[in-house]
Ligand binder design. Structure first.
Ligand code: GLY
Ligand code: MN
Length: 484
């Protein structure tokens, strides 16, 4: 296979007019990896790495089945956000558009109906754009690569789309990426005034909620990269207890393993910064004896990971840290054990709240008075978890009361966040702990996708205190020294 792939790439000799020229044939440059241009990433028949053309066709068929007779779906790609004049921020495709088309590039509008199948309106790049930005997907790529039934330049949308809208009973569009270019069309305005325009996310999230076997594989790989990267970062934290260095390290370790980007800005909170749930400054040194909380994830070919670990970079937990850590770990493990088809996120959440309240009362941090629920909510205002997939907080149109099904991926992320100003003994002040795993619901129960990342205290202590360069390292107080 490798040899075949090498032979193919050796044939690549030049690039002109949007086509790679090979000695034997011309291969379209679709502006994103294809099996022909990136055989190291895609197999023949894949539209994006790991997802075949047939799967994209099935997604579109199922979306059309969810629409009423004569329904029309309009999905625009994500907008490009500019950093300054002609310099854009890194582009990330909208998950619904990617799910339906496989196109990772900006500028297109996809329209679907039972009558026309997939019709793509695509930007046209002029030679000047190609000089500055390289080839982008246009009409040719829509037909060749994304297997659209028809495709037109974007400038023809105002001539073709109004008729499609007028003939439709209902219009479903992606409200998040809606564009004036189609919303300002008279036909769309009329449909809107007539109450015929709806948000499509109810339908797309329904389809994205249960992951296919191919999607499950990508979720496994994305989780595996995040686990390997976080383990390297945990080891690195001993010599470099610094939030910005750990943030750089995790991104480096994810990217060199093939991730396209981080799934979100990593949370790297040392000491009391860990009590800020979505802490993002990541600019402080971590004091000896403090914990660091890292909530991280990466994106691999459109599928994200999300896991959190909390540990003492020095290698040793204080008694108060360990007491709270054990409570969060037990809650994490008990909630994971409850994951199975039929259970809902709401049920898991309610169970976790009872367990955490009980544990926090036993420590004396939570007083059993009439404000107990209010005080608990201050110490942990988060949900036990969320759906995970192409987005980090995935499929928000699906209710958390929905009984889970095989193929759904959720996170389990109990935590406790004690503000420094909170009325507790000093040794508890400013402690923030979260332990987050990804759980795939299976026919018989669950598979923990992030199970390879250590979370037991004895494993963390062992990883941070054992041999290093052949020397035995021992801990004295919070200092680690080589015992020679
Ligand atoms: N890991 C980010 C979040 O769940 O909000
Ligand atoms: Mn999460």
């Amino acid at each position: 296979m490798q040899a075949l792939r090498r032979r193919i790439s050796e044939k690549l000799i030049s690039r002109t007019n949007g086509y790679f020229s090979y000695s034997t044939q011309k291969v379209l440059d679709a502006g994103q990896p294809t099996a022909a241009t990136h055989p190291q990433l895609l197999l023949e028949g894949d539209i994006t790495p790991g997802i075949a053309a047939e799967e994209y066709a099935l997604r579109r068929k199922r979306l059309l089945e969810l629409l009423p007779d004569n329904g029309l779906a309009i999905l625009a790609s994500a907008p490009v956000k500019m950093m300054t004049d002609v310099v854009p921020y890194t582009f990330r495709q909208d998950a619904d558009y990617l799910f339906i088309t496989g196109c990772t590039q900006p500028g297109g509008v996809a329209v679907l109906s039972r009558e026309c199948g997939l019709c793509m309106f695509m930007p046209e790049s002029d030679p000047h754009d190609v000089v500055w930005e390289g080839q982008v997907a246009g009409v040719d790529a829509s037909l060749d690569t994304f297997k659209a039934d028809s495709a037109f330049p974007l400038k023809r949308m105002n001539e073709i789309l109004p008729d499609m809208i007028r003939k439709s009973s209902k219009i479903f569009h992606n409200v998040k990426t809606a564009l004036p270019s189609y919303m300002n069309l008279d036909a769309f305005q009329k449909a809107s005034i007539g109450g015929k325009v709806k948000d499509i996310s109810i339908c797309t999230h329904e389809l994205r909620w249960v992951k296919s076997p191919a999607e499950q594989n990508l979720m496994r790989q994305s989780a595996s990269i995040a686990c390997q990267a976080l383990l390297q970062t945990m080891l690195f934290s001993k010599s470099s207890p610094n939030e910005s260095m750990l943030s750089a390290k995790i991104e480096y370790e994810c990217r060199i393993r093939g991730a396209q980007r981080m799934a979100f800005n990593p949370v790297v909170g040392g000491g009391s910064n860990a009590a800020v749930i979505h802490y993002s400054r990541n600019d402080q040194t971590i004091k000896d004896g403090n914990l660091v909380l890292m909530d991280v994830g990466c994106e691999l070919h459109g599928y994200v990971s999300d896991l959190t670990r909390t540990w003492p970079p020095c290698g040793n937990f204080s008694p108060a840290q360990e007491e709270l850590y054990d409570l969060i770990l037990e809650t994490n493990k008990e909630c994971i054990k409850l994951c199975k088809p039929g259970t809902s996120i709401r049920q898991l959440h309610n169970y976790s709240v009872e367990m955490l309240k009980k544990g926090l009362k036993e420590t004396g941090i939570l007083k059993n008075n009439r404000n107990v629920t209010q005080t608990y909510n201050l110490l942990n205002p988060t949900s036990i978890g969320h759906f995970l997939g192409m987005d980090v907080h995935d499929c928000s149109a699906v209710d958390v009361d929905r009984p889970l099904k095989p193929g759904v991926v959720i996170t389990i992320e109990p935590g406790v966040y004690i503000p420094s100003s909170f009325d507790v003994p000093d040794w508890y002040k400013g402690i923030g702990i979260r332990i987050e795993d990804e759980v795939l619901i299976t026919d018989s129960g669950y598979e923990v996708l992030t199970g390879s990342m250590p979370k037991e205290t004895q494993h963390i202590k062992s990883l941070l205190n054992d041999y290093c360069n052949g020397e035995r390292f021992e801990t004295q107080g919070n200092m680690t020294v080589a015992s020679t």
